[in-house]
Ligand binder design. Structure first.
Ligand SMILES: Cc1cc2nc3c(=O)[nH]c(=O)nc-3n(C[C@H](O)[C@H](O)[C@H](O)COP(=O)(O)OP(=O)(O)OC[C@H]3O[C@@H](n4cnc5c(N)ncnc54)[C@H](O)[C@@H]3O)c2cc1C
Length: 336
């Protein structure tokens, strides 16, 4: 185990914020993890860190940041139709997607190029291009901090929902994910239902599309729509897309017949980007912070912004959307 004091997290958060943590623990195996669990039991100022691509630090972190460093990918079981693949928490998410696609396993390709680690993927049930990671998760392994016991949580135990799971609720600050196991298909199973993918493949027969084609398409589309992390610090979508009742939807549609929406059970999901754009925030910049010119949902650090400036800018957006549409946007990014 390596322990660092007053350690800069500048290279460990994708907003590139130069914040410090009081302690930074690099943990290399499960035995070391059990030791560190004893240290943090009963404490509330600790954070399990992946790549910091879904976190906004608004100040220095007066506690312990834990980085679990195991990086293996293993095939647990293979049958004629499918395969169980386990990956350690610190495996880079897109490396796993690339690995699966290269082997012609289906299920992860729509989630190509999402930043971050495997361990964080179940936390907010990452999703993109019509697929959520919960579709292919078989089980999640890790340690319950309060008891120190090792647990296996099957998909049904994880309370997965839109950008949500047990790890953000009942198990918040009480579970360290060490490994995630996915059930992928060896048979061709593709999902090109998302509009951008439909457009991309409009001239291609569905029978000819492979996981590798979808990965290539998703990467191209993402690169054309999202800012390059190497140039602009950001954490992807800052807000969740709100789900509203029919009454709210109809009220907005009276003034805006162009309102896009998508029915989910008895609610209607509205793109937060549309709401933000209608409030005049698309491409708007205040000092060092702004929304991306091509995607209003992404807030950018143009250089030397502080976490507090970014949070204030996000709050301005929240206020504007609430005042205009009476909708309370929720953060997708974790604010610390
Ligand atoms: C440019 C960009 C595009 C993005 N696009 C998408 C997208 O299309 N879809 C999407 O869903 N997300 C997207 N995101 C958000 C982000 O990539 C995901 O949320 C990702 O899963 C975060 O991974 P991470 O390793 O960086 O987690 P971190 O930001 O380090 O942590 C996120 C949360 O997970 C917890 N956590 C991390 N590791 C563990 C662990 N081992 N055990 C327990 N808890 C843990 C942390 O404590 C924290 O609460 C995007 C982000 C960026 C910057």
């Amino acid at each position: 185990m390596n322990v660092y004091k007053d350690y800069s997290l500048k290279h460990f958060n994708t907003f590139n914020l130069d914040v410090k943590t009081k302690y930074y623990y690099e943990v290399f195996d499960e035995n070391e993890l059990k030791d560190i669990i004893k240290v943090i039991q009963g404490a509330n100022n600790f954070l399990i860190l992946g790549s910091g691509s879904n976190i906004l630090f608004t100040k220095d972190f007066d506690g312990i940041v834990i980085k679990y460093k195991r990086n293996d990918i293993e095939i647990l079981h293979e049958s004629e139709n499918d395969v169980l693949i386990s990956a350690d928490a610190n495996v880079i998410w897109d490396d796993l997607v690339n690995y699966a696609v290269n082997k012609n396993y289906y299920g992860l390709e729509n989630l190509s190029l999402i930043p971050g680690t495997v361990g964080a993927a179940p936390v907010q049930n990452i999703g993109a291009y019509g697929v959520e990671v919960s579709n292919v998760i078989e089980f999640v392994e890790g340690y319950k901090i309060s008891s120190g016991e090792k647990k296996i949580l099957y998909k049904e135990d994880c309370a997965f929902a839109y950008r949500d799971s047990i790890f953000k609720n009942e198990f918040k600050n009480n579970f360290i994910i060490t490994r995630v196991t996915f059930r992928l298909s060896k048979e061709k199973k593709i999902n090109v239902s998302y509009r951008d993918l439909q457009n991309y493949f409009k001239d291609v027969s569905i029978n000819l599309i492979t996981a590798s084609d979808i990965r290539e398409a998703v990467i191209k589309i993402r690169k054309s729509k999202l800012p390059d992390l190497a140039l602009f610090g950001n954490a992807g979508s800052f807000f969740k897309n709100p789900e509203v009742p029919i009454t709210t939807l109809e009220l907005i549609r009276k003034d805006y017949t162009d309102l896009p929406f998508h029915k989910i059970n008895d609610k209607y999901k509205i793109p937060a980007a549309w709401l933000i754009e209608k409030c005049g925030f698309k491409g708007k910049r205040i000092g060092n912070v702004g929304t991306y010119e091509k995607q209003a949902l992404v807030i950018i650090n143009y250089g030397n912004a502080t976490g507090e400036e970014i949070k204030n800018f996000a709050d301005e957006i929240k206020k504007a959307v609430y005042n205009k549409f009476n909708i309370n946007l929720e953060y997708e990014v974790m604010i610390i």
